[in-house]
Design a protein around this ligand. Structure first.
Ligand SMILES: Nc1ncnc2c1ncn2[C@@H]1O[C@H](COP(=O)(O)OP(=O)(O)O)[C@@H](O)[C@H]1O
Ligand SMILES: [Mg+2]
Length: 169
């Protein structure tokens, strides 16, 4: 694992492989009902990270941004992964049609691209992941927890990163 730890809750990825590996690492910790909101502009790496989560859960099918279908299910892994891309949603009432309320916070892991735009309408318990471009291949990744479970996850991922760093030293 080549992801670098900048400080508690803040990491640096220098390749899309790093970002995927980070997703796969987080996948080990995920449980039914977990919600992840991925924030970052177009090309930040939200979908790359999601690929890693799917792989980490054991689903090897291809992952692409569900920009037009709004939702994609990857259910060949340990627990289902519901991948939403809310980029094209303009109004909160359109969320109903995506099926998000059938699963959010209950079943499988929900991973939301552009979910921060509707944070008031969606779950108030979620782990926010903010990806910021620092260069062509550089991405600063920060976790901001909302709620107790998200805090646990943020803590656990930090410990896992530290443990993996020690393994390779
Ligand atoms: N460190 C990195 N992490 C993630 N993606 C990266 C990184 N460096 C370069 N990239 C490239 O940036 C693009 C990210 O695309 P994507 O994951 O689809 O972004 P988003 O879903 O946020 O719009 C990909 O072409 C990927 O290869
Ligand atoms: Mg995307």
């Amino acid at each position: 694992m080549a992801i670098q730890r900048l400080e508690h809750g803040a990491y640096l990825s220098t390749s899309s492989e790093d970002t995927k590996d980070f997703g796969a690492l987080l996948a080990r910790l995920l449980a039914d009902g977990d919600v992840l909101v991925l924030t970052g502009g177009l090309g930040a790496g939200k979908t790359q990270f999601t690929k890693g989560v799917a792989q980490g859960l054991g689903d090897t099918h291809p992952v692409t941004s569900p920009t037009f279908t709004l939702m994609a299910v990857h259910d060949a892994g340990r627990i289902p992964l519901y991948h939403f891309d809310l980029y094209r949603i303009e109004h909160a009432f359109e969320l109903e049609d995506t099926g998000i309320f059938d699963v959010l916070g209950y079943e499988g892991v929900c991973l939301l691209e552009w979910g921060e735009r509707f944070s008031d309408e969606l779950s108030d318990a979620y782990l926010s992941m903010v990806i910021e471009r620092t260069g062509e291949y550089g991405r600063k990744i920060c976790f901001v927890p909302h709620g107790e479970r998200a805090s646990e996850l943020a803590e656990a991922i930090d410990e896992l990163v530290l443990a993996t760093m020690n393994d390779t030293d």
